[in-house]
Every structure is written in C-alpha cells, then in structure tokens.
Design a protein around this ligand. Structure first.
Ligand SMILES: [Zn+2]
Ligand SMILES: [Zn+2]
Length: 353
C-alpha cells in the first residue's frame, strides 16, 4: 500500500518539485531546439542539412512531445513566408489582429493543417519513408499519449502537470509569441516588406526564433543573429553539430562589408545596395524619422525613398539602367542640402557585393 502511494505521488524517479521543474525545462527546451533546427531551419528553409541520425532523433522527439506532422508544419510555415501579411498568410497579426494570433495561434495552425491544397503546394520534400507514413503521420497523436504515460510513471501525479506544460509549450512560444509578437513588438534591423520584429536580441527561450525580423529578411539563412550584440542559441547548437560532422550549413545571410567610399558608383556598389536593401531601408527610415518636423525635407525624403526602392523592385530594367539610376540618385542626394541625406548617399557608396 505504502509503495503504491509513494509511486502515485513521485513515480519511479521520486524527484522533488524543483527537480521536476528543472527536468521539464530541459525537455521543453529540446523540443524548442527540434522545432527551430529541424522543422524550421532545415526542413522548411533548407538552410542546413542534418545527419540522418540527428534527423531521426528530432522526428521521434517531436512525435513524442508535440504530435506535429513535419509536412504540415513545413507547408504552413512556407505559406506564411510566401504570403506574409497578405491574404492567405495563415497567421498574420496584421490580417487577423494580434489577440487572435497570440491567444488562438494553435487553432489557426490546425485550421490550415486541414487545407490539402496548402500541404500539396508548400509541403514538398519532407520525409516520406515507412516510419513517416505508418507511424509519425498516421498515428500522430500516439506519441503524446505515450509521453503522458511516461510522465506519469516517471514523476507520479506531478507528471500530469509536466505533460500539460509540454503540450502548451509550442502553441504558446511558437504559435503565440513568435507568430504573434514576432510580427507586432520589438525592433527591426531590416525594413523587409512585412511587419516582422526581433522580439529580443537574445534568442534563448525560443531557441533563436526571437530574432524574427532577421529571419524574414534572410529567410534561408541557418543563423538568425546578424548583429554583434545578438545571440542565437539555435545557431550555437548547429555549430556543435557541425563540429561533429552532424550538420552541413547551406546558407547564411550575406555579410555586410563596407569598403572605403568608391570614387564612382559602380556595378559592385549596385550589387551591394541590392543585396543589403532591407538594411539600407531601415537606415533610411531612421533618417525620415529624424526629419519629422521639417516638411520640405520630409517630402524630398519620401520621394527619394520611392526612387531608391525602384532599384530592386523594377524587374525589367537592365543593370546598366539601374546603375545610372543609382548614380543619379546619389548625386541628387549629395546636392539635396539635407545633411542626413548627404551622409546617407556617402555611406551608400561604401556598400559592395
Ligand atoms: Zn513570420
Ligand atoms: Zn521561416
């Protein structure tokens, strides 16, 4: 009798509450790592390839702790990038309102997971082996049920709480915080054409996904931090895997290298400007903010922003044409009489591809 009571209260491990809390933090963090490294950076964006053993571990772990199906996750996420903040974006706070995405993000996810067209169009290239078809996809909920039994037998009744926390972890942090707040509050390094933000410069709790604006600017990069003061723990894990030959990095964001200002604006400058367009636009936005009070300067700045954007938005112009447009733009900026704009044009001449 005593033994049964003891087992019910503490399970096999008989841990104290704080030890259970610690273990819960570790296992939910492994789930976060699986989502950001395997589902997001590797499967959805192909920023890195993983060793088959690592891949199998992540697939098994996600099945056990989340019940999410790789193809569904990847398809929904790719669609988010393709339609960002427009009709068809599965979870845009701009379209649905922040309240809905933050509190009901998991529902939006499940709704979209039932959309066969989304899965067919955006879910290509995900694992399709025997294990996937017959276990992970067919019995996607079996894993979390096994997890429940495991939690109860390891931790006793407290295991129920552990399990509930595990089940809520991804819906809260990924569907709510990243998809909601990551398009709502925080800072922007890059003025890419969506509302994405970096929620915090230190990406630890959500495995680096906090740096969501950086990610939208350079979607296929395996590394999410881009400034010296930013930290991406997911990239830390990838570096460790890489060291042991368990991961191959395929893509990284282009490095920003500023050269001494060129005497003339060349094709190299044009390439550099186009490559780093979102960084340049973010700086330009700061410039516009500073000129807020001066009406004349402001109208010039707004007009010149439109012309700058045309450099990478016009798909038909030849590179000679674009180059002469950029040269003309810089000249006008230097002669504009607006101090900030003159400095901006000077800096523009330092970009190189
Ligand atoms: Zn996003
Ligand atoms: Zn993404």
């Amino acid at each position: 009798m005593d033994y049964i009571l003891k087992f019910l209260s503490g399970g096999f491990l008989q841990l104290s509450w704080w030890q259970v809390a610690l273990v819960t933090l570790v296992i939910t963090h492994i789930t976060i790592a699986a989502v950001t490294i395997f589902l997001h950076r590797s499967q959805a964006h192909r920023g890195l390839d993983l060793h088959p053993a690592v891949m199998h571990f992540f697939r098994f772990w996600l099945w056990l702790t989340t019940g999410m199906v790789t193809k569904e996750w990847v398809a929904i996420h790719r669609k988010h990038h393709a339609k960002c903040e427009r009709e068809g974006d599965p979870h845009s706070p701009v379209m649905f309102g922040i309240g809905k995405v933050f509190f009901r993000g998991a529902e939006l996810y499940r709704e979209e997971a039932n959309n066969v067209e989304t899965l067919n169009r955006y879910g290509t290239g995900t694992p399709d082996d025997w294990l996937e078809r017959n276990l992970y996809t067919r019995h996607s909920l079996l894993g979390v049920l096994i997890m429940l039994v495991l939690d109860l037998s390891l931790f006793g009744v407290l295991g129920l709480t552990v399990w509930a926390v595990q089940m809520a972890w991804i819906p809260f942090w990924a569907a709510g915080v990243v998809n909601g707040l990551g398009h709502f509050i925080g800072y922007r390094n890059y003025a890419c054409p969506d509302a994405s933000t970096n929620v915090s410069p230190w990406g630890i709790i959500i495995g680096g996904e906090e740096l969501h604006n950086n990610h939208h600017a350079y979607g296929t990069s395996a590394k999410f931090s881009t400034k010296w003061y930013e930290f991406d723990i997911g990239w830390g894990y990838i570096s460790v895997l890489r060291f042991f030959g368990l991961a191959t990095v395929k893509k990284l964001a282009p490095k920003l290298k500023l050269e001494p200002a060129a005497a003339s604006v060349s094709l190299r400058t044009l390439q550099g400007v186009i490559t780093h367009r979102y960084e340049i636009l973010a700086r330009y936005t700061d410039l516009v903010k500073k000129a807020a009070g001066e009406e004349l300067a402001l109208s010039t700045l707004v007009q010149m922003r439109r012309e700058l954007v045309r450099l990478w938005e016009s798909s038909s112009a030849s590179s000679e044409q674009l180059l002469s447009d950029l040269q003309a733009w810089c000249l006008r900026a230097q002669q504009s009489g607006i101090e900030g704009l003159e400095q901006f044009a000077y800096r523009l001449r330092r970009y190189a591809a």
